[in-house]
Every structure is written in C-alpha cells, then in structure tokens.
Design a protein around this ligand. Structure first.
Ligand code: ZN
Length: 494
C-alpha cells in the first residue's frame, strides 16, 4: 500500500511518513479517561483527534486495532487528596462500591462520546482488570535490575536506567530538570532518588482498592497500566501511541522507561499528542471555576455559556483547529463553528437538490480537484482546518450551482456528492442534527431559560408566589438556580 500520510512524531520531533509495522494493519493505543468524574471539554479533544485519525486510517483501507483504556484504579494526587486513590475517595464519601463509581462514569463518558459521534475503540481495557499483567511488568523490571522494593512498594530506579539508556527522550528533559521540577513528597524515605516513580504502592489500611502481590497488598502505579495493556493487546512493538500533550511528562516518559527496561527495546513507533484546550488562555480546571462538562455544553447549563452548543458544534469546533495547536474556548468561537457547520450541512442539502445539465461547465475534474486538496491537507499531519477550508471553498461553488449561475454535468455532480459525504461524514465524522443545530438538548436548555425569564417578570411584578413556585419546582427537578445581580443562572445539580 502506498502510504500518503505524514504524522508528527513527538519522539523524533519531525513529521514522518507513516509506515505501519505490518502491511495493511495498524495498532494504535490512546490513553483514555480516568473515570472519577464527568467528561469535560478537555476529554473531547483527544477523543475527537484520535477518532479523526482512526477514521482516516480506516478510510485509507487499513485494518486498525484501536485500544483506548479506562483508568479505574485511580492514581495518586499528592497534594489534593494525600495519596488516597481518587475513585476510592469518591466511593468512601458517597458510600459506594468503587467499581460502581467507575462504571457510572464510564457509562456517562461513553454516552457523551456517542453524542460526539466518536467511534468506540476496538478494545476498551480496564486497568483494574489487568492487575496480573501489571504485576508481571513490575517483576520483569525488577528482574532486569531497574527497580527495587522498599517497604512493600516497588520503585523504578530512574538514575540507574538513565545510565544505561537515556531517561527523558520524549519530553526532552534531562535528569536535573526532572529533579528540580519534582515536588513529589510521596515515598520520601522509601525511594533511592527523588526522581524515582512508583511501579507498585503498598496500600494503607484505609485504601479500599487493593490487590495481593508478591510485595504485599497494594495497587499498581498509574504508568504501568498503559505499558502492560498496550503490550497485551498490540504486542511488544506497535505503531501509534497517542494522548494529550499533558501526558508527555511524566506519564508517557515513564511508559517508555518501563517498556525499554523490561524488553530492552522501544514499544511505540509514533508518539502523537494533541494540544490542550484553554479557556480565556487558562488551563481548564475545577479550581478555576471554568470547568465545563460536555453535558453542560449540550444543555447550556453553565454560567460561562451564553447558549447551548450541540455535540456536532463541539466536534466541529475541535476539528477546526489543528490538533497540535492550542484551542481557546469562547462563546464567539463556538458560535462561529456553529455557523460554519450550518454552511456545510446547507451545502450538503443543496447538493441533493441541484440538477445536472448535459452542457454543464463543471465536470468530474472539479470534484477531483477538491478531493485532491482535501487528501493533501489530511496527509499533512491531519490538517483538518485546511481540509475544512477547501470544503468551504466548494460550498461557495455549490451555492452558485443552486442559484443556477453555474452548471455541472451529471458525472460531476455525482463525484461532488461523493467527495462531500466522504469527507464530512466518514472522515470528519459529522452528523446532520435534528432541527438544525438546535438539537433536543439545546431546546431543553432554552425551555429552562424561558422559565427563568417568566420568573424574572414575576419578581419584577412582585408576584412572589409564582417566582418561588418556579424556583422550587426547578430545584425539585434537579436544577440549581442561582440569583445574580443580572438575573439568574442555572445548572444541573448532579
Ligand atoms: Zn496512559
């Protein structure tokens, strides 16, 4: 097969022609969500970026095994929850079985991905279901001499590894940088070097997610799961490993060290990372009060949102930026995406109505030219914004065809329809949404806004009975209504 696709490899820092290890087949691993909370905009970007890659590889005729894991063991957050497993903490606070919490958020994540038309991966392995494989990985690293046991935990010996191989090749950090940047307090007194990371942690008595191991009861370090599961399902060497740029260090750097320490060779050929989504230039996070879940986008139920945005608007917004650029969230940008998406969908509807003419000026050559430009953009490291700009260019021609100011042959029209549906639906993964872009969920959000307007009017008229009734009933239905000086805002109280 001719390999037209070039992708940027984070490891080599260059754009490389994509050549799979096995003719016609691609193995691809992407770090999936940690399931202790609702999916937010930050989850949508890697999911959609690698969905585009997955769809394009399938379109090119590859057989793809796409593995995206579920992190349900949780991982340590040193300052926030003092080393307690996040899922376990949530379970303890809510008196739930930890796997119940993980399942709940896994279901919600997959529902949100379905709305975004993200294709399900071929395999979705759970970290908690692969403890045996992770223990085996830790044993191999111990046998190779790059790890040591200390007080029931096992640590990776970064200093020793760095002498034989080089630590930091993915992120470009050297050991001194890592040492200076490391504020890790966990494992002090147990670790040989501050930079060492945990492969296995001894469970404290209050830790409820725990498994027996050769080193006592405990749980695996976060980085182990992807190395162990990637190897199990894709082999000792596989083609693509992806994730958000925030995972380059330490997660993927540690994965490389674990793989090389245990099998003496690299596991991954191409490392790909999507850039982050920011809100007004800031990283999204619970502490910034700019943490917007996907459900809140779909319903408009967040104070930073001027309106509801349909799943396809969110998808198109993400695809309109190159995956390696930062993408800043804003109502204006999203509204522009909504308009852009409407233009494409409009053109698709027009294409269905245009009539061909025997003496048409445009022919198949016109469709072939658009097709060629679209392929060129995608082959250039998945440049979806450039590809979309070529489709927009074609939208203008489609409008002139619809107005009768331009004409096209039957074969030309067929080809143009095929090009449009292939790129819009199969590759970009867009879908026509019911009722234009105001889907059902947006309508639901608009209905709540309308009720709050009625309530504001009642308040202005000093009709407290009506105003209280609306607020109380909305509260009983699970909405959180907050009065502000400019009116009222609402969100779903989960
Ligand atoms: Zn991972």
């Amino acid at each position: 097969m001719n390999n037209p696709l070039f992708i940027h490899n984070t490891l080599t820092r260059t754009k490389q022609r994509f050549i799979p290890l096995h003719e016609g087949r691609v193995g691809m691993y992407v770090c999936g969500p940690t399931v202790y909370g609702d999916a937010h905009l930050g989850h949508a970007r890697p999911a959609i970026t690698f969905d585009l890659l997955y769809r394009y590889l399938l379109h090119l005729g590859y057989k793809v095994r796409y593995v995206r894991n579920i992190t349900d063991v949780g991982h340590l957050e040193h300052d926030a929850d003092e080393g307690e497993d996040k899922i376990a903490k949530k379970a303890r606070l809510e008196q739930l079985e930890p796997m119940e919490v993980a399942q709940h958020y896994t279901n919600r994540f997959n529902t949100a991905m379905g709305k975004l038309n993200v294709l399900p991966p071929s395999i979705e392995p759970h970290a908690s279901g692969h403890i045996i494989e992770q223990i085996r990985l830790v044993e191999e690293i111990l046998e190779a001499g790059y790890a040591y046991e200390s007080n029931g935990s096992v640590y990776f010996d970064v200093v020793k590894y760095n002498e034989d191989f080089k630590y930091g090749i993915l992120s470009g950090r050297n050991l001194e940088d890592v040492h200076d940047a490391s504020r890790e307090l966990d494992g002090v007194g147990e670790k040989r070097n501050q930079v060492d990371f945990a492969l296995w942690k001894r469970a404290q008595p209050e830790h409820i997610m725990r498994w027996p191991s050769p080193w006592g009861e405990g749980f695996p370090g976060w980085h182990c799961e992807c190395t162990a599961m990637g190897r199990k399902y894709l082999g000792e060497e596989f083609d693509i490993h992806g994730g958000g740029m925030d995972l380059v260090f330490p997660h993927h750097e540690c994965e490389i060290a674990q793989a090389v320490a245990s099998q003496k060779k690299q596991m991954v050929r191409y490392w790909m990372h999507n850039n982050m989504i920011t809100i007004a230039g800031k990283k999204m996070g619970k502490s910034y009060n700019n943490f917007i879940t996907l459900d809140e986008f779909f319903t408009g139920g967040h104070e930073l949102l001027e309106q509801a945005y349909s799943p396809m608007t969110i998808r198109f917004f993400i695809l309109q930026a190159h995956y390696r650029s930062t993408l800043d969230f804003g109502n204006e940008a999203l509204q522009a995406s909504q308009k852009g998406l409407e233009r494409l969908m409009d053109a698709l509807r027009q294409l269905g109505r245009i009539e061909a003419s025997d003496k048409g000026k445009l022919t198949e050559a016109y469709a072939a030219e658009i097709e060629k430009k679209c392929y060129e953009a995608l082959n250039d490291d998945l440049n979806s914004p450039i590809m979309i700009s070529h489709l927009f260019e074609a939208c203008r021609t489609i409008n002139t065809l619809a107005d009768g100011k331009e004409s096209i042959t039957a074969a030309g029209l067929d080809a143009l329809r095929r090009v449009f549906t292939t790129f819009c639906f199969d590759i970009l993964g867009l879908q026509a949404e019911e009722g234009g872009n105001a889907g059902r969920e947006a309508a639901f959000g608009q209905a709540v806004d309308l009720l709050l307007e009625v309530r504001a009017k009642a308040k202005a008229d000093k009709d407290w009975a009506t105003s209280d009734k609306i607020r109380d009933n909305l509260t009983a239905l699970g909405f959180l209504v907050k009065d502000t000086k400019d009116g009222a805002t609402w969100k779903l109280n989960k």
